[in-house]
Design a protein around this ligand. Structure first.
Ligand code: AMP
Ligand code: TRP
Length: 332
């Protein structure tokens, strides 16, 4: 049986990359699979979060799921810290994962920056908690953007070592689901950096709650080169900004990059940008409006999170019990 799990950090500024790389795919999977979608608040606090903002950002992630079309009756939507089994399994995984494995994690290196000595221990152990998120449900498939591939490989390594150490088949080996034409959306200001929530420039990203004017302004300012749109996808190579905008268009229109080029080859970006703006406004407008409506009265969002946590706990509890027995803890 397949089971889907994925998570988004409630760290504000949810953007086009989060939507095209992850959330949109969550919606597409829910008709065919049992899906569990989480606001990973324990991951968020691996770097400093203001408590008041964290609370509202958790609701924002849930609202983004709902507004994008995740159906809370079919899928489970909840906040990570409300299901204690994540933290329990993470500790056990901290004792399975090897320091050498974590030392190779590129996201830690990027986030810790030059001052590694001052990074939190939680930031270092982040991938082990992520493995626990997934495996506490014995999930088999994980829809994410390209940047999470290495963490999912580590999840497989942890599952495999646990199974081998204890001579069991407790955990499945998870498969990443990385699909669509925009699995790695780049910054609008710099085609060599990925679009991120933490970029100091608001012009680097389009957020889910940007209105038509903001979308238009940001795309107008988006960096491009002086060449027109090429005829062949290969000719986008070495043109990161051009490739990024074409990829975003393709993903939003649900067509291939080749189809976008067939339609727009020879145009200058000054002509392409208004078409992209129109498309982005058409796709994002309703999502942003619905998110704002949901967040104006968080009672409904909170009730979805509570119901989700109850359903998630019911799946996780027998698994954590089985794991504790396997490890040799006395389970009462
Ligand atoms: P995060 O913002 O790190 O919590 O990421 C939440 C989800 O969005 C993960 O599945 C990421 O892989 C995905 N994601 C984040 N940034 C991007 C991006 N620039 N392009 C595509 N996917 C992304
Ligand atoms: N690390 C992911 C990110 O930053 C978020 C995350 C935490 C996650 N736990 C997860 C994603 C489990 C998929 C499955 O994007």
């Amino acid at each position: 049986m397949s089971r889907i799990f994925s998570g988004v950090q409630p760290t504000g500024n949810l953007h086009l990359g989060n939507y095209l790389g992850a959330i949109r795919n969550f919606v597409r999977l829910q008709d065919d699979y049992e899906c569990i979608y989480c606001a990973v608040d324990m991951h968020a606090i691996t770097v400093w979060q203001d408590p008041q903002e964290l609370r509202s950002n958790i609701r924002e992630v849930a609202a983004a799921y709902l507004a994008s079309g995740v159906d809370p009756k079919k899928s489970i939507i909840f906040a990570q810290s409300n299901v204690a089994a994540h933290a329990e399994l993470a500790w056990i995984f901290n004792c399975v994962a090897r320091l050498g494995w974590l030392n190779r994690m590129t996201q830690f290196k990027e986030k810790a920056g030059k001052n590694k000595e001052n990074a939190s221990l939680g930031l270092y152990a982040y991938p082990s908690l992520m493995a626990a998120d997934i495996l506490v449900y014995k999930a088999t498939h994980v829809p994410v953007g390209e940047d999470q591939k290495q963490h999912l490989e580590l999840t497989r390594d942890i599952a495999q070592k646990f199974n081998t150490d204890f001579g069991t088949e407790t955990f499945p080996l998870v498969e990443p689901l990385i699909f669509g034409e925009a699995t790695r959306v780049m910054s609008l200001r710099d085609g060599s950096k990925k679009m991120s929530k933490s970029d100091p420039s608001d012009y680097s990203r389009i957020t889910l709650t940007d209105g038509p004017d903001e979308i238009a302004k940001k795309l107008k300012k988006a960096r491009t080169d002086a060449e027109p749109i090429p005829e062949k996808v290969e000719d986008l190579e070495g043109r990161p900004e051009a490739s990024n905008l074409v990829g975003i268009y393709a993903a939003l229109a649900d067509i291939s990059k080749a189809d976008v080029l067939a339609e727009h080859a020879g145009s200058q970006f000054s002509a392409f940008k208004p078409a992209l703006t129109e498309l982005a406004v058409e796709k994002f407008g309703p999502i942003g409006t619905e998110m704002k409506r949901l967040l104006a009265d968080p009672g409904y969002v909170d009730s979805v999170l509570k119901d989700g946590a109850d359903r998630a706990r019911a799946i996780a509890e027998p698994v954590i019990r089985e794991v504790k027995e396997t490890v040799g803890f006395l389970v009462s």
